[in-house]
Design a protein around this ligand. Sequence first.
Ligand SMILES: *[C@@H]1O[C@H](CO)[C@@H](O)[C@H](O)[C@H]1NC(C)=O
Ligand SMILES: *[C@@H]1O[C@H](CO)[C@@H](O)[C@H](O)[C@H]1NC(C)=O
Ligand SMILES: *[C@@H]1O[C@H](CO)[C@@H](O)[C@H](O)[C@H]1NC(C)=O
Ligand SMILES: *[C@@H]1O[C@H](CO)[C@@H](O)[C@H](O)[C@H]1NC(C)=O
Ligand SMILES: *[C@@H]1O[C@H](CO)[C@@H](O)[C@H](O)[C@H]1NC(C)=O
Ligand SMILES: *[C@@H]1O[C@H](CO)[C@@H](O)[C@H](O)[C@H]1NC(C)=O
Length: 628
Amino acid sequence: MGKFISFPSLLFIFFFILSIISSSSSSSSSSCPIDLSYVETFPWDTSLCREPVHKDCCQTLLSLFGIGTAQHLRDTLNFQLPDANSSSSCLSNFQDRLSAVSVNSSLVPQCFQNSTQFVADPKGCAGIITIQDWFEKAGPTTARLNDSCKGDVTGLTRCSSCLDAGLKATTQLLGIDPNGTKCFHFAVLYAAGIANELGPKDLSTASCMLALPLSVTETGKSSDNLSRKSILKILFGSLGAVIGVLLAVVLIITYRRRDKRRRQNAHHEEFVDSFRATVLPNSGAKWFRLSELERATNGFSQRNLIGQGAYGIVYKGTLSDGTLVAVKQVVNLDSQGDEEFCNEVEIISKIRHRNLLSLRGCCVTSDDTKGRRRYLVYDFMSNGSLSDNLSNSWRSNTNNGKTPLTWPQRKSIILDVAKGLAYLHYGVKPAIYHRDIKGTNILLDSEMKAKVADFGLAKQIGDEGQSHLTTRVAGTYGYLAPEYALYGQLTEKSDVYSFGIVILEIMSGKKALETTNPSVVLITDWAWTALKSGKVEEVFEESIRREGPKGVMERFVRVGILCSHVMVAFRPTISEALRMLEGDIDIPRLPDRPLPLSHESFSSSVGFNSFTSGSQTSRPSSSTRSAF
Ligand SMILES: *[C@@H]1O[C@H](CO)[C@@H](O)[C@H](O)[C@H]1NC(C)=O
Ligand SMILES: *[C@@H]1O[C@H](CO)[C@@H](O)[C@H](O)[C@H]1NC(C)=O
Ligand SMILES: *[C@@H]1O[C@H](CO)[C@@H](O)[C@H](O)[C@H]1NC(C)=O
Ligand SMILES: *[C@@H]1O[C@H](CO)[C@@H](O)[C@H](O)[C@H]1NC(C)=O
Ligand SMILES: *[C@@H]1O[C@H](CO)[C@@H](O)[C@H](O)[C@H]1NC(C)=O
Ligand SMILES: *[C@@H]1O[C@H](CO)[C@@H](O)[C@H](O)[C@H]1NC(C)=O
């Protein structure tokens, strides 16, 4: 089974494409409404995308392309490209430009998994297509963006305040359209393209709002280098562009074919066999027969159903030896479902830690009568999920038989989750980022010990560059770190963000994103406002207010706020957070945050500048870089 197309056919494709390009290159390049020439002149850090390709390369390319989209918004007042044709022509133009600066253009199809992501689509975010739609939907949050994101946004404090305004606008939009996956992206395009009068091609704008890494020598933009570059361009530019496009198209075709073949090859039997052979033997987990699971769950009866989510249906079951288990049926059986299933089994079968839910076994059916089914079998957690135990104060049906958690229970749950996460980040090599830490993924056993569950979204972080990069944003809004929501930039700090939100939920019994009020409120902002005004006890849920030393409870709230700071640079690592919670190290002074949207000084939209009392004046460009 040849992995690659044979050389003669490659040659054929080459000339075939050559003829297509020579006949249509002028029309295809003219249909991209974005002028991408900045790719060659803007001082972005090209070294990240040269061999060896750095893990931040994809995010860098997305940010770089973002300059063009933001400029497009500025020029045409449209958030996205008009149609798929213009989008693909922009991407191929983008590839040419990258080739001209010696960046392998095949990175584009790798990083931009779906070229339609740049095409106007009312489902992207609350039906927004033009700037007019934005003004209608984003409402007063626009004024905040106008204010916080104007002028030179160099420095952590200024950038953080702009970012925060972007998050506010996003929150507002998600209140209108909870499924709007592009809302944060639009907020950034608005900030860089409209709110900031300097525009997306300004260095500080691109570096803060689009999180574009700049080249180290950016300060001394040498005209010498520029002119040398233009001479080189004149000499080799056109030749390079043609070769680049050819190479790119050939690579895309090869890539697509290989991908298709790979998918076909992931034929069921093969999949099952390789699985049986490789995954389970040394993991302590066992293979179940479907009949065993049917017996255990009364034929998957409705009465045994204990949970249902986007990734699966969970049944309670009793094995023949009497042990209680949770049987999760994986629902997406398309190729992605298979992938996620493999991923989950592979990852969790390697993990053993008392604060992580371990796998008891799994079951894969292949017979045609019952269809293809996949099951995962876990220990049964008798006290359900953390959300079940916190729901008292935010659901009307409070009589689900649960008493509110006590402060010592809450404290130990928070520490358990921190330990589980610290193990994922530091205890296994390569590290695992969970990516979907939230209340429903934290389970409680009979002794109220917490275990982190659901690694369906976890990805193992290899050293080989691209594999863990994703533009498909998974996870849950409200818990999602802003940089991850926007760029799929996945770091350990994204988990830390979600963990911070969970701490605040546990302390307060409130939801991550409170949408019941007319205005949508982020839990971090609410907690920060209370803490800053000296009323930290308002954050503690009523039932625990009189328990425990207030100082310790306040420490937990502070760590929660710090972990869920919008700026990656301010968040601790999970092991630092754990030591802060345990009181082993001091909590740094909380970085100043802008006032929440609901604050009166904002609604009058006059006294807005009053908050800049913070003392963050340093400007480490390496940390602003990780801004979004
Ligand atoms: C896109 O291009 C194809 C062929 O190049 C053409 O048939 C189609 O009509 C174009 N679609 C739009 C919306 O321009
Ligand atoms: C570009 O990258 C692909 C795989 O990522 C590789 O096969 C190809 O050789 C690279 N091309 C160049 C010119 O380095
Ligand atoms: C691209 O994404 C859209 C939705 O965002 C989806 O409908 C479409 O099928 C995707 N296309 C490919 C090729 O994955
Ligand atoms: C924000 O700025 C834009 C562009 O300068 C302007 O058109 C818009 O009216 C402003 N909106 C508010 C609410 O200030
Ligand atoms: C969001 O998506 C879910 C399912 O994916 C659907 O049930 C729900 O109606 C959608 N909500 C809106 C506001 O479109
Ligand atoms: C000019 O280009 C050379 C390599 O081409 C590089 O080493 C040098 O840092 C560049 N100087 C500036 C100021 O960009």
